[in-house]
Design a binder for this molecule. Structure first.
Ligand SMILES: Cc1cc2nc3c(=O)[nH]c(=O)nc-3n(C[C@H](O)[C@H](O)[C@H](O)COP(=O)(O)OP(=O)(O)OC[C@H]3O[C@@H](n4cnc5c(N)ncnc54)[C@H](O)[C@@H]3O)c2cc1C
Length: 385
């Protein structure tokens, strides 16, 4: 029998985890894996907060994926612009078409600044490399007493605790520059990260307090006035000299343009079938491209879980028994340098049932940054090619 053509779109944490797992468990002569990635170097996003505040260099976020073929897959560096799910083929920006038997979309999510009027004009989005670099320059130019507003206005967005890390790092960069910034963290929930439980939000609130950060929670953002430099929400407003909030995210353009995701909302996938698309059995949507449909956080750890589940489902189709992963764990960090918290959660119940997440603060204090660095080193050394 001819080998099955497995086409993977994206080589971030989801796509790379899929490639690693597929090469490990799928029969070598049973599949041919091709990866389409728009960029020759992908972004390791967890350190964007450090880049945005000048604690790391912008170059540190990039990880070359030019060595993908050495792993034993075919790599095409081009952008996938359309999926023809009926014909089982994908059109690339360069003009070529690739046919598949299985399609694994790990194309991430997209910031949606248009969701809040005025946000795109007034805000520096810290969750992109361009935004992080812009923010670090803007912070350098701010005077003593300047008001910096950070946080997140609506879900979903990658790594829910990370805007609170950014808040603390903005305070630290002010100290480094010999200035005191007035930092406010705005958030749509009160208390922050309520779904992760009391242990987590109590710790996060304590971190904000000890760094002198004002917290305004439970806001429903309505608009931003770029000229007046005011963020308005139902029942109040907050003024700023610098606004760097994380916008809500939406599914990637590829899925929306191909009719595989709605214009607003998230594509339905079946977690019991390895995150197959609800309508197309041969398409898997993993990582930030679909996780928000479960109201679970966009996270590299969960992208990896979904990749393993998708691999196990394909293996089963090919007659190979592979145990799907049993639990869906994720860790995110809030590093304030002088203090911090590593938050570990089990999202199994959230993804596979009606259950709640079970979260704990698993590390605290100034060593938080070292744990986060260990995660970065592991990923760059063992997952990236
Ligand atoms: C500040 C910050 C801190 C974070 N901290 C953590 C943390 O501590 N722990 C954690 O688990 N997660 C963390 N995350 C979240 C984590 O980075 C994301 O959840 C993860 O990157 C998602 O992986 P993904 O593969 O689904 O998507 P992405 O990482 O977005 O990768 C998608 C890839 O697909 C490519 N692509 C997109 N569209 C196309 C196309 N049409 N054609 C070809 N290629 C395409 C892109 O170039 C990209 O390389 C953090 C994120 C941020 C922003």
């Amino acid at each position: 029998m001819a080998p099955k053509r497995v086409l993977v779109i994206g080589s971030g944490p989801g796509g790379l985890a899929f490639v690693r797992e597929a090469l490990r468990v799928l029969p070598k002569d049973g599949v041919e894996i091709t990866v389409v990635e728009a960029s020759r170097r992908v972004v390791f996003k967890p350190i964007l907060t450090y880049v945005a505040t000048g604690f790391r260099d912008p170059e540190d976020v990039y990880v070359s994926v030019e060595g993908l073929e050495k792993l034993g897959v075919k790599a095409i560096f081009d952008e996938a612009v359309k999926v023809d799910a009926g014909e089982r083929k994908v059109l690339l920006r360069g003009g070529s078409e690739i046919s598949y038997d299985y399609l694994v979309v790990a194309a991430g999510g997209e910031p949606n600044e248009a969701a809040i009027p005025g946000l795109a004009e007034a805000n520096i989005n810290p969750w992109t490399v361009e935004g992080a670099v812009k923010l670090r320059e803007a912070l350098k130019g701010l005077g003593d007493g300047s008001r910096v507003v950070v946080g997140a206005l609506r879900p979903p967005y990658p790594c829910p605790p990370a805007p609170f890390e950014l808040a603390g790092l903005v305070v630290r960069v002010g100290e480094r520059l010999g200035r005191k910034f007035n930092v406010t963290a705005v958030f749509f929930e009160k208390p922050p990260l309520r779904a992760l439980g009391e242990e987590v939000y109590t710790r996060v609130l304590k971190l904000l307090e000890s760094s002198g950060i004002e917290f305004i929670g439970g806001i429903e953002a309505t608009e931003v006035d770029p000229q007046g430099k005011v963020l308005r929400y139902k029942g109040g407003e907050v003024s700023f000299d610098l606004l760097a909030v994380v916008p809500p995210f939406k599914p990637p353009r590829l899925l929306r343009d191909s009719g595989l995701a709605p214009e607003s909302g998230w594509p339905a996938v079946d977690p019991y079938k390895g995150f197959r698309h609800a309508k197309y059995d041969d398409i898997f949507l993993i990582g930030d491209s679909s996780i928000a449909v479960f109201r679970a956080p966009m996270s590299g750890f969960l992208a990896s879980h979904m990749a393993q589940a998708a691999t196990a489902a394909i293996a089963r189709d090919l007659g190979v028994e592979v145990e799907p992963p049993k639990r869906a764990y994720a860790t995110c960090f809030v590093d304030h340098i002088v203090d911090g918290a590593a938050i570990f959660c089990d999202f199994t119940g959230v993804i596979y049932g009606e259950g709640k997440p079970h979260c704990h603060v698993v590390a605290e204090g100034p060593l938080t940054g070292a744990y986060k660095k260990a995660y970065e080193d592991y990923w760059k050394g063992n997952v990236a090619p």
